[in-house]
Design a protein around this ligand. Structure first.
Ligand code: AKB
Length: 320
């Protein structure tokens, strides 16, 4: 990776990935793109930024060509709950954007990364320690997009030799940019509410286990996979990665070590609960560990301490 174009740069992953990539590869080497531009945003101000609607394949190609990139990281996509509310938009944006990005990578001979998700699994998938290679019959539009995306990336590698790589991300927790429209978002919201109100009402029910990961581990995973020796990669796209399998009570207990009076209650949203119920309780990341050395540094306790400290600082800054 020498010069990288990133789509969805102002989203939850992009906001932090851009800054990390600029730190590692140089500010001018990372072209951030998004459908909108934010004023006074570090992503916009710290290096090249271009407006890009990922459904516009010509513009995507032109931008990648003009900036002479050798790597495309395609992040722009609707998350699971929004995709369920707007399935046709999700198909058009998630699949249209992906095929445009893959085409640009094919024509310009770029290395390629796009994230899949635990959403690529469904109710008939083994729920515990879900294997890397297993049944994938998701029942959500997001899941259908993710499985199709995994297959499409495999196809571009096998058919055209595009160096496609990807992971199946669990819920990602971070204090920088909030996620939007995901099923796992409760695990971010809970920290904001713990600091601001000392209490949180969860839309995901008690005892619902899902995999999660802290953003610094997710960023390191992306770079490690992209830098990995290709001869060692058996799976290439859609590696299971995870740092913890947790339910709302686990997060509450970790928060109470810092905010003892924190109160958790429930008002379950049937739509997001149904999505969560169709996903694994925990996934097996052995293939990622063996093939490219994946390792997560943050467990629930370490993440909670860091998250509360950093979020407190951020919220105080916003008030002051
Ligand atoms: C979502 O909840 O939609 C995402 C995901 C797990 O892909 N965070």
């Amino acid at each position: 990776m020498k010069k990288i174009l990133v789509t969805g740069a102002l989203g939850q992953i992009g906001s932090e990935l851009i800054m990390k990539l600029r730190e590692v590869y140089g500010a001018d080497q990372v072209v951030a793109t998004d459908i909108r531009k934010k004023e006074a945003d570090p992503v916009v101000d710290s290096g090249p930024f271009e407006i890009l609607d990922v459904t516009d394949g010509n513009r995507m190609f032109e931008l990648a060509k003009t900036h002479q990139v050798d790597t495309i990281m395609h992040l722009a996509a609707l998350l699971s709950a929004t995709a369920e509310a707007k399935p046709l938009l999700a198909w058009n944006l998630n699949m249209g954007g992906l095929v445009n990005a893959l085409e640009a990578a094919r024509e310009l001979n770029c290395q390629f990364f796009t994230p899949s998700s635990i959403g690529a699994f469904g109710p008939s998938t083994p729920k515990d320690n879900t294997p890397q290679d297993t049944i994938q019959r998701p029942t959500t539009m997001y899941g259908v997009n993710k499985v199709s995306g995994e297959l499409l990336c495999d196809y571009y590698y096998q058919k055209f030799g595009v160096d496609t790589r990807g992971v199946r991300f669990p819920g990602l927790i971070s204090y920088v940019a909030p996620p939007g429209g995901g099923t796992t978002d409760y695990a971010v919201d809970i920290y904001y509410k713990a600091i601001l109100d000392g209490a949180y009402t969860s839309y995901i029910g008690k005892g619902t286990y899902m995999d999660m990961m802290y953003m610094p581990d997710a960023l390191n995973a992306i770079i490690a996979l992209m830098e990995a020796d290709p001869s060692k990669l058996i799976h290439r796209n859609a590696f299971n990665v995870t740092a913890m399998s947790i339910e709302p009570e686990d997060v509450a207990a970790a928060i109470r070590k810092h905010i003892p009076t924190f109160a958790l209650s429930y008002d379950v949203d049937p739509v997001r609960q149904a999505i969560a119920d169709s996903w694994p309780n925990s996934i097996d990341a052995t293939a990622a560990m063996n093939e490219w050395g994946f390792k997560a540094e943050f467990d629930l306790e370490k993440m909670t301490e860091d998250m509360l400290t950093k979020l407190r600082g951020k919220l105080l800054q916003q008030v002051g």
